[in-house]
Write a protein that binds this ligand. Structure first.
Ligand code: ARG
Length: 501
């Protein structure tokens, strides 16, 4: 190993190998024969070594090693194409494939030695390949830069994660649809301004979240199309002089197209931002559901119970059972929204083409995916174990004059203008409130004092069930509608599973 003048020996030495000075290594820089000593990939130009602090500051291997499988997949597709184009020999390709198979095995079994001196996942794997197969390993980087390599890796990795997340969203929806069917007739006070507004079916309430998560899945599937495009071939920024077949690489990797501008291909991370925005929305939806679960579980509401395994007790108050899981999910939504802010700010004002800023895209992206997948998994399990307390919900619905609108609608059907009906019902509510009873508890002659057109049939209208059944309109809360929606969702979610599998 050739040391730079004044350089401290900090790198892990690798087996020396036969040299070929013409081989190019990272980013089109002339290479020494030992990539394992990363600094030598561009050392001729440098007169002093990096400090340990700067090395730690600039290295990404501690976190980007997570991209290893995508990195190997991308490299194999690139090598396959290089061989098909006659840029490297068939023997080189065979050696690369053999070396990569061993590296894959080493990494998967935890035996691979990741080196900070080799900065990132790309240089670590390439160095080990060269260590294992010599010259062929050094030929792999022909017509490629870490700039198009990393953009490809992140896209390949994210594509797979999106597929997993879409599956998890489907699972959560299926659980909610089942609970909705089970509780199509359970009556809950519907709120606006967190004030009792009108009765709704609990099943209808749950299906509102199914709609949200369905759109979330749609957004991910749509973003995936733009994630799944190939940067390789853009090289450092300007394309390459080698006759690469980019379409072939895209096909091998199952990508939907080739990035058509090299500068754009290596520099933009809009696909990651778009994904993060979709992820932030999912967590926002989760936070809304969390907030409701927390409220519903409180003594003041008492509408539901969560399985004990999703709650914790207090170290001081023996009676406590706290909804920690939804609280944490509500909190974690802040972190995912924060990652979106981080990523979008990272991109802002970056001149073309690649800048090292982009290395900062990974940790927020990884954490977003981890937080989201844990949250979705845990919510599917938790929502499946939800205990519903229909009596408490109904009692609360009866407290807030939830059927007042129904009485107004009744009067309209008897010929009054809605505004007049609204005014009359306000008086009726005031009277009932003064007596501390529900509208339905007022005797018929008391009701008729407000309007003589009120008849015995009003009691059907004033009942919670009557109110619910009356909203038998597409998208409404009538149990018949809830059941129709359950059937529609089942069909849709079943179809999605069939299409995937
Ligand atoms: N670790 C780098 C990243 O994550 C890889 C690309 C490095 N390219 C470069 N020209 N230094 O972005």
């Amino acid at each position: 190993m050739r040391a730079r003048p004044g350089r401290r020996e900090v790198v892990t030495p690798c087996k020396p190998m036969s040299s070929s000075p013409a081989d190019s290594l990272a980013d089109g820089q002339p290479a020494d024969n030992q990539l394992a000593n990363k600094s030598q990939a561009w050392s001729a130009l440098f007169s002093e070594p990096m400090s340990e602090l700067v090395k730690r500051y600039t290295a990404s291997v501690d976190f980007d090693k997570r991209l290893w499988a995508a990195d190997i997949q991308g490299s194999l597709a690139h090598a396959d194409m290089l061989a098909a184009q006659g840029i490297i020999g068939a023997d080189d390709l065979a050696a690369i494939q053999k070396g990569m198979a061993q590296i894959r095995e080493e990494i998967a079994s935890g035996r691979f030695e990741w080196k900070l001196d080799l900065e990132d996942v790309h240089l670590n794997i390439e160095a080990r390949l060269t260590e294992l197969v010599g010259l062929a390993g050094k030929r792999l980087h022909t017509g490629r830069s870490r700039n198009d390599q990393v953009a490809t890796d992140v896209r390949l990795w994210l594509r797979g994660e999106i597929d997993t997340l879409v599956g998890l969203l489907g699972e959560l929806q299926r659980v909610l649809v089942e609970q909705a069917e089970r509780h199509a007739d359970v009556i809950l006070p519907g709120f606006t301004h967190l004030q009792v507004a009108q009765p709704v079916a609990f099943g209808h309430h749950l299906l509102a979240y199914v709609e949200m998560f369905a759109r979330d899945a749609e957004r991910l599937v749509d973003a995936r199309k733009r994630v799944n495009r190939l940067p390789l071939g853009a090289a450092a920024l300007a394309g390459t002089s080698y006759p690469l077949d980019r379409e072939r690489v895209a096909r091998t990797l199952g990508m939907e197209g080739v990035a058509q501008n090299s500068l754009d291909a290596v520099s933009d991370r809009d696909f990651a931002i778009e994904f993060s925005a979709a992820a932030a929305l999912i967590m926002v939806h989760i936070s809304r559901l969390s907030e409701e679960l927390i409220l519903w579980m409180s003594q003041a509401f008492g509408f539901i119970a969560l399985p004990d395994r999703f709650c914790t007790g207090s170290s001081i108050m023996p009676q406590k059972k706290n909804p920690d899981v939804p609280e944490l999910a509500r909190g974690k939504s802040g972190r995912v929204v924060g990652h979106l802010m981080g990523l979008i700010t990272l991109m802002k004002g970056q001149p073309l083409a690649y800048n090292k800023d982009n290395q900062e895209d990974k940790e927020p992206l990884f954490d977003t995916v981890d937080t989201l997948s844990d949250t979705l998994r845990i919510f599917a399990e938790m929502m499946a174990g939800l205990t519903v307390k229909p009596e408490a919900m109904e009692r609360a619905a009866l407290k807030g004059y939830a059927t007042a609108t129904d009485l107004a609608d009744y009067l309209v059907k008897k010929g009054l203008a809605f505004r007049d009906a609204h005014e009359i019902v306000a008086h009726a509510v005031k009277t009932a409130q003064a007596q501390g009873i529900d509208l339905s508890a007022l005797p018929l002659d008391a009701l008729r004092q407000f309007d003589a057109r009120i008849g015995q049939d009003v009691y059907e209208v004033l009942s919670l069930q009557g109110s619910l059944n009356a909203r038998n309109i597409l998208g409404g809360t009538a149990p018949a509608q809830v059941r129709a929606q359950v059937a529609r969702h089942r069909e849709r979610l079943g179809a999605a599973v069939a299409a995937k599998g």
